[in-house]
Design a protein around this ligand. Structure first.
Ligand code: ADP
Length: 471
């Protein structure tokens, strides 16, 4: 039977990773413990051998060979022939005395010996295994001593076995534990997947991922996912609203146009008929204008708007604003003031669109300022920028509304109902020129809108006055 591993599951892959890391870590710990222990055991053995060497040296020097031989024989009786070997050779290399298993004699003993003892590890092929040997010279004699490393190796083997068992048990536990742990860590991600799937299947943007409150990475991901859903939800609802508004406007206009056309058909009098046809044209133009605004908005927001830039004095555009609104100001009883810049400032911009942006701001100031109020338009240079300020003493804008007034189709809650496109178009046009539009307002006291355009041109400009440059 072929077992199919769930390699596509992140939890499984993490569990395998945990298990492998655990195995490598255990292996490393094992190697380090083995090295330290082997070294320590050899050190202890060498310490014993050194003590034997110094005892042998003392007895040899003080009491001579016979005493040494009886000491070696006593040692052998204590340790057993396979656990201790001692041999004395004369200067010619002939054996003077030896105790212990004669197999030790077959070791590759070095030919020469110095006065200070030298330690070796030799391998014996028979059951004695590895041995620790020491060789040194005493007078005209050569001393050879050896003990097997068997005991050290036995201790090490026991430790190896213990490690192996511990490793196997830990590995058996680590994989399922790792799997459970990974599954637990991934629970919130699985939850996000479940919610996302639910949204796709049920088209329900009101669903949210429950937060664990731990504030860890998956929790933060869930939080970001929820706030993204919130934004999308809002965006879709706005989009639906925009669609509704447009459909409503279209329906009203078409019904109105149809009614006018029907009436025109009924009229016998050519003058009355012409009057109705002119109204149809006027209404159609109004609607076409709305559609153009929407198209311009989309183009400006996607960076596709083509600007027809030309050089013109800032003063000219302020005069145009004055012309458009002067009469209205008088009829509405508003104090309308235009402050021209102290110096000759020039702009290199799309004149029609820039004027439209400014007119929209001033138009709003007129719409939202009651009779007796004050409206001021002011232009001046600030460093390299041109700043145009449109200030009114009208009803002001609440802090909650402030963040939304530049949104497409956003209309305030006041009685004056516009289409909610004026500010979004103004912002799109200003931004298309590389500028910025901002607002400060205090409810009940009025508002100030700022247009900041970079690179105000001085009088001596590099652009000829009549040249029109398309972006
Ligand atoms: P509208 O056609 O509704 O005026 P705008 O996009 O020009 O659309 O403005 C959006 C909303 O911002 C308005 O409905 C109004 O509530 C608010 N607003 C804009 N300008 C002012 C202002 N000068 N004073 C008070 N409220 C304003």
């Amino acid at each position: 039977m072929k077992i199919k591993l769930p390699t596509k599951s992140l939890a499984f892959r993490l569990a395998v990773l945990y298990g492998s890391l655990f195995l490598v870590a255990t292996g490393l710990v094992f190697a380090v413990v083995h090295l330290i222990l082997a070294h320590k055991l050899l050190q202890n053995l060498d310490q014993d051998l050194k003590e034997d060497v110094s005892e042998i040296t003392t007895i040899y020097l003080r009491k001579g060979l016979p005493a040494l031989k009886s000491l070696a024989s006593a040692e052998l009786a204590e340790e057993g022939p396979n656990n201790f070997f001692f041999r004395i050779l004369d200067s010619e290399g002939r054996e003077v005395f030896s105790v212990g298993n004669s197999v030790f004699k077959t070791l590759p003993w070095p030919d020469r010996a110095s006065e200070s003892p030298k330690f070796f590890v030799f391998d014996l092929t028979d059951s004695l295994g590895r041995v620790r040997a020491v060789v040194w010279r005493l007078g005209e004699h050569r001393m050879e001593m050896a003990v097997p490393l068997r005991f050290n190796q036995r201790i090490l083997a026991q430790i190896h076995r213990a490690f192996l068992w511990a490793g196997v048990v830990a590995l058996l536990i680590s994989f399922p534990m790792g799997f459970l742990f990974a599954k637990r860590s991934l629970r919130q991600i699985l939850e996000i997947e479940r919610v996302a799937r639910g949204i796709v299947d049920a088209r329900d943007f009101s669903r949210r991922v429950p937060l664990s409150g731990r504030g860890d990475e998956p929790d933060r991901l869930a939080e970001t996912f929820n706030s993204m859903l919130e934004k999308l939800d809002l965006y879709f609802r706005e989009l639906l609203q925009i669609f509704d508004n447009l459909a409503h406007d279209f329906k009203n206009l078409l019904s109105h146009l149809r009614l006018l056309a029907e009436r025109a058909l009924e009229k016998r009098d050519p003058e009355e008929r012409e009057e109705l046809i002119v109204r149809i044209l006027y209404e159609s133009d109004r609607f076409l204008h709305l559609l153009n605004v929407l198209l311009d908005l989309s183009e400006a927001e996607t960076g596709l708007l083509k600007l027809r830039r030309e050089r013109f004095p800032v003063k000219d555009i302020l005069e145009e604003v004055d012309q458009v609104f002067r009469e209205l100001a008088v009829s509405q009883g508003l104090n309308f003031e235009i402050r021209y810049p102290d110096e000759d400032l020039y702009l290199f911009a799309d004149r029609a669109r820039f004027l439209q942006a400014l007119l929209n701001l001033v138009d709003n100031a007129f719409k939202y300022t009651p009779s007796g109020g004050r409206i001021r338009v002011e232009a001046k240079r600030k460093g390299e920028d041109l700043v145009i300020k449109v200030q009114d003493s009208g009803r002001g804008i609440s802090p909650e509304e402030l963040s939304r007034i530049f949104d497409r189709f956003y209309r305030g809650r006041g009685p004056e109902r516009g289409r909610g496109l004026g500010l979004s178009l103004a912002r799109a046009y200003v931004e298309a020129h590389g500028g910025e539009i901002s607002v400060e307002s205090e409810p009940g006291r009025g508002s100030v809108f700022y247009i900041v355009l970079p690179q105000t041109l001085p009088v001596e400009t590099t652009h000829p006055a009549k040249e029109i440059v398309e972006d």
